[in-house]
Design a binder for this molecule. Structure first.
Ligand SMILES: [Zn+2]
Length: 420
């Protein structure tokens, strides 16, 4: 499997087609439908024992045109990228003074000054989990205090004037106000202006809107197990992406990693004891409906899932895995990952490992693993127009494929099974 993965360029060529020719794939878009049809068709030609699309209803958010400008203290264009799920502005846009806050405590300390203003959250990137809260919950926190819109510093450690999108969720107890990301550069500029006592005013205009739910699908392909076909090792990633860039790292690369890992097992004529099931989930980015639909459709057979593995951290040099499983499972996998020594990807984080798309399975008692890669540069590109194929090294993709193929095959083939 290692040799096959490192000498076969099928995954990279397919990732190039997905990103260059289909492009980005937001839920409800024609491009996501095209990606689903393409994946099903290609998988059917790969020789899997079963390929199907399992239906999922997904939310549909449409960005529409968006623009902004700084009105004071100078006049200039302002780069913005609306946050997924945001409402739009009135057709004339919203013009208001900006108040910059560095975190939620700072917002609350200035509660009296927020009414009628645009709140700019300028939180420095610490970890994704911590910093993404401003993108997800900033709009409602500011709206409760009377803000008319929010601008959120893009969630990443560095920037070449790159705005990031992502999802927000509106709280039920706050008015729904428009929310967009600005670049790190502009958030810092506004903070400097405010610190000098300069009044900052901007105009923002967004056509964003939410339409009725649409039909989408999880793409599923299987290698039927030779001895215990009902027992499943699941390999998952998500086929949808944001509507900027090409969704190369997030998560087109992950899709090709798990797909190719299984395809190579077929190509080499290997048949493990248990079934290996590849799932390309839909709607991870703005709803995780693919994840919940899979778990509810397969709820009765959840206990047949021996392990669910997800790749959604980009396509970089593999590091290892994280695992959520009982002591026996952890010790088996600890041994299995030693097979990845030639790739230096043997690191097993036993404090936990999962992902958005397999989390519902984890809640049903399925042991889970998250594939880990070198994340140094991931949040430079994540959810931006820069998430394109040129950011992926073919060798890294091949090493990811090899890691997943080896671990999935052995987990599907070992005699014993273990509990969560
Ligand atoms: Zn992702």
């Amino acid at each position: 499997l290692l040799g096959a993965a490192l000498t076969d360029d099928t995954a990279y060529r397919r990732l190039a087609f997905l990103t260059d020719r289909i492009g980005n794939r937001l839920s409800g878009s024609a491009a996501l439908d095209a990606a689903i049809s393409w994946a099903v068709k290609e998988m059917q030609s790969d020789g899997f024992d079963a390929v199907r699309a399992e239906p999922v209803q997904v939310p549909v958010w449409v960005r529409g045109a968006e623009s902004a400008e700084v009105l004071e203290p100078i006049v200039r264009p302002l780069t913005v990228l609306g946050i997924g799920g945001s409402v739009g502005t009135p057709p004339a846009g919203i013009s208001a003074e900006v108040i910059v806050v560095s975190n939620f405590d700072d917002l609350n300390a200035r509660a009296e000054q927020v009414r009628g203003k645009i709140v700019c959250f300028n939180a420095r990137f610490t970890s994704y989990g911590e910093t993404v809260r401003y993108r997800g919950a900033g709009a409602s926190a500011a709206a409760r205090l009377g803000a008319v819109a929010v601008l959120v510093r893009s969630v990443g450690p560095v920037s070449l004037h790159t705005p990031h999108t992502g999802a927000l969720s509106y709280a039920s107890d706050a008015p729904r106000i428009p929310a967009a990301c600005v670049t790190i550069e502009d958030a810092e500029t506004f903070a400097r202006m405010q610190a000098r006592g300069e009044r900052v005013r901007v105009r923002i205009s967004m056509e964003a809107r939410t339409l009725a739910d649409a039909l989408s699908a999880n793409v599923v392909a299987e290698i039927r197990g030779a001895e215990r076909p009902d027992e499943v090792v699941l390999l998952g990633a998500h086929l949808d992406s944001w509507d900027v860039g090409a969704g190369a790292h997030d998560d087109g690369g992950g899709c090709l990693q798990v797909w190719e890992a299984a395809r190579l097992i077929v190509r080499l004529g290997l048949r493990p004891r248990r079934t290996i099931r590849v799932v390309l989930f839909t709607n991870e980015e703005n709803g995780a409906r693919g994840a919940t639909a899979y778990a509810s459709a397969h709820r009765a057979k959840a206990s047949d899932h021996v392990m669910a593995i997800e790749s959604d951290g980009g396509t970089f040099k593999p590091v290892g895995f994280g695992i959520t499983a009982g002591p026996r499972g952890r010790s088996y996998v600890q041994e299995i990952v030693q097979l990845l020594a030639p790739l230096e990807a043997t690191d097993l984080d036993t404090t936990g490992g999962s992902g958005t798309d397999i989390e519902p399975l984890g809640k049903l008692g399925v042991p889970t693993m998250g594939f880990r890669v070198d994340g140094t540069h991931y949040f430079h590109y994540h959810h931006t127009a820069a998430d394109t194929l040129d950011k992926i090294r073919p060798r890294d993709l091949a090493e990811c494929v090899a890691s997943l193929a080896i671990v999935a095959f052995v987990l599907a083939d070992i005699k014993e099974r273990f509990e969560q």
